[in-house]
Design a protein around this ligand. Sequence first.
Ligand SMILES: C[S@@+](CC[C@H](N)C(=O)[O-])C[C@H]1O[C@@H](n2cnc3c(N)ncnc32)[C@H](O)[C@@H]1O
Length: 219
Amino acid sequence: MFSKFIAFMGIATIAGCGTKDPPKHAHQHRFDDAAKWSQVFDDPKRDDWQKPAEVVTAMKILPGMTVADVGAGTGYYSRRIAERVGRSGRVLAVDIQPEMLKLLEREITRYGVSNVTPVLATPTELHLQPGSLDLAIMVDVYHELEYPHETLAEIVRALKPEGRVVFVEFRGGDARVPIKPLHTMTEQQVRTEAAGHPIEWVKTVRDLPWQHVIVFRKR
Ligand SMILES: C[S@@+](CC[C@H](N)C(=O)[O-])C[C@H]1O[C@@H](n2cnc3c(N)ncnc32)[C@H](O)[C@@H]1O
């Protein structure tokens, strides 16, 4: 149950909530050793607490959608979303680590997935077309961002009208979550930071073992 994912997650902190300055998330991980991290992200025990099928269902993905998996890592979610969007849909698997995207390509080849496109981003540019996405997701990513405000602004620009952005984070303030508190986010933190963008809160799924799924829609 207590998987490598949890054991390896280090320290991140959230700062700047409720101030005039854009929020900063200090202590980002570097994911340079992609091979090591792939064992963490693709640890089979992860499914026990991550509940990927429930999370993807909460995302309300339909065939034909264009979805960006921002901070895709090795594609743990990209592959699952690809199944839901089907042949007429597309997943843009965005990451700043070229080595991570190489592993993602290896995995999508292994699983015979043809509708996932790897996209190499930088900490300041995601390379997503404005108004092109039905949905963007960040799973265990938002708290890691070096420029959270700017990155979220770019994601929101890339959404179609009424497009949605979904945050999946370890729940802050919940003693049952076996991860360093500084590596978690409360729903309020996410909603406070999201308030600086033209998106409105839609719903929060709170019944996963350790995480919450927080959904916003573009206004
Ligand atoms: C904790 S991992 C999560 C990976 C994946 N979402 C999953 O659930 O398995 C965070 C990922 O975000 C990526 N990342 C960090 N900053 C990023 C940014 N500004 N834009 C895109 N990806 C980023 C890292 O390289 C890493 O692959």
